[in-house]
Write a protein that binds this ligand. Structure first.
Ligand code: S3P
Length: 426
């Protein structure tokens, strides 16, 4: 489906964002292996999270969903059953990688696959530690889905992921729930910690220490009531949209502000953006607040390897902002972007060029000069939700209209995106 985006003059209004995708996946997976019922309010509307629920149902978990409220009857650590025929994670890397940690601890064989994009993404990064723990995993060409996971008795390991990835960390910690002994994950660069916070709330035997996250297997998890904050990575599109116009004034309610994600706000503020937080509260260890942003040009600067994991999903839309900034944006140490739902370095460079911008593509990043006026163009979403949305935002500030090809990809993380965009642009 193509979508036409016309230039806007301002971004104005108030927005209620749907629930955070990362947190929704985790609450659902932990609810499934906990004892008792878990009720999740504000569950993400993303197709990716529906993929997680679909896989859990196939594993024998009773799940009832009404809109954004999800009820899960926990099967307990030992209550999942062998799925028939094959689990389908759709487009969702989080579903495949994180769920594999749970599947590694099951006394049965599971096959799991995904769509074309997911079948091109590397899975060896979770296969390696899960094999060390005792699971047998076969994959196409040794690293791609479909995966065949032969789970069983696991042993605890100490693991230092070679890539900064919250999905890898989570796969190991979830497998650690089934392992004998204490599993330790050490991170060189800290990634989002939603799994650790959720594990504490579900009653796992977990400790977060300076030299690693430690989880002991065998402890029964307890279900409960959870509320998912709005998705900051979805909010990022509108934050950037607002910053592109001096007259913008936008309020975003109920946004997740977990410090491992909210470095986006520090980054924007350091660029001179006026983004204010109010009504800060905490729910189940997750910070939540309202964001108020007014328009105005940002300075530009650089994002290096140490900051990349904290901003990984926001880099496409920050690239758009970079082209409008005073000094431009330099991104390095971001080779992980090449193995996301699309090669996001290539996709950003190609689409910026289509809009008439100058940009230099590097193996691990992008050099984007500032003060560029973009022209309306036909955008190739590459079937990637974040590319479709980032360039819909770019199109707001372009001269002439743009056509976003494959705009339906937004459903993967943010089905409400275009309705909200229409309601806040004038
Ligand atoms: C996620 C972690 C990140 C991110 C993805 C969601 C998560 O992936 O890009 O959208 O929920 O843990 P990596 O762990 O591969 O960096």
């Amino acid at each position: 489906m193509d979508r036409i985006i016309r230039p806007a003059r301002n971004v104005l209004g108030a927005v209620q964002l749907p629930g955070d995708k990362s947190i929704s996946h985790r609450y659902a997976m932990l609810g499934a292996i906990a004892e008792g019922r878990t009720t999740i309010r504000g569950f993400s509307s993303a197709a990716d999270c529906e993929s997680t629920l679909g896989c859990l149902r196939q594993l024998g978990v009773a799940i009832h969903r009404e809109g954004s409220e999800v009820q899960i009857e926990g099967a307990g650590l030992g209550g999942l059953r062998a799925p028939q025929p094959m689990l389908d994670a759709g487009n969702s890397g989080s579903t495949m990688r994180m769920l594999s940690g749970i599947l590694a601890g099951q006394p049965f064989v599971t096959r799991i696959t995904g769509d074309d994009s997911l079948q091109r993404r590397p899975m060896d990064r979770i296969m390696e530690p899960l094999r060390q723990m005792g699971a047998e995993i076969a994959a196409r060409d040794g690293r791609y889905a479909p995966l065949e996971i032969r789970g069983g008795r696991l042993r605890a390991i100490r693991y230092r992921p070679p890539v900064a990835s919250a999905q890898v960390k989570t796969a190991v910690l979830l497998a650690g729930l089934f392992a004998e002994g204490e599993t330790v994950v050490e991170e060189e660069i800290r990634t989002r910690d939603h799994t650790e916070l959720a594990l504490v709330e579900f009653g796992a035997d977990i400790r977060m220490e300076s030299n690693g996250i430690r989880v002991r297997g065998g402890r029964v998890l307890r279900g409960g009531q959870f509320r998912v904050p709005g998705d900051l990575s979805s909010a990022a599109f509108f934050l950037v949209g607002a910053l592109l116009f001096p007259g913008s004034n936008l309020l975003l309610h109920n946004v997740g502000l977990n410090p491992t994600r909210a470095r986006l706000l520090d980054f924007l503020s350091s660029q001179g953006a006026d983004v204010r937080v109010s009504n800060l509260e905490s729910a189940r260890g997750e910070l939540i607040g309202d964001l108020h942003v007014t328009g105005g040009q940002v300075k530009g600067g650089s994002i290096g390897a140490d900051l990349v994991p904290a901003l990984i999903d926001e880099l496409p839309v920050l690239s758009v902002l970079g082209a409008h900034s005073e000094r431009g944006l330099s991104i390095s140490g971001a080779q992980e972007l090449r193995v996301k739902e699309s090669d996001r370095i290539a996709a950003v460079a190609e689409n910026l060029r289509r809009m008439g911008a100058r940009v230099e593509e590097r193996p691990d990043g992008l050099e984007i000069p500032g003060r560029q006026r973009l022209a309306g163009a036909t955008i190739d979403s590459c079937g990637d939700h974040r590319i479709a949305m980032a360039f819909s935002i770019a199109a707001l500030a372009a001269e002439g209209e743009s056509r976003i090809e494959g705009a339906e990809a937004a459903q993967v993380s943010f089905p409400e995106f275009y309705d909200i965009l229409d309601s806040i642009t004038e």
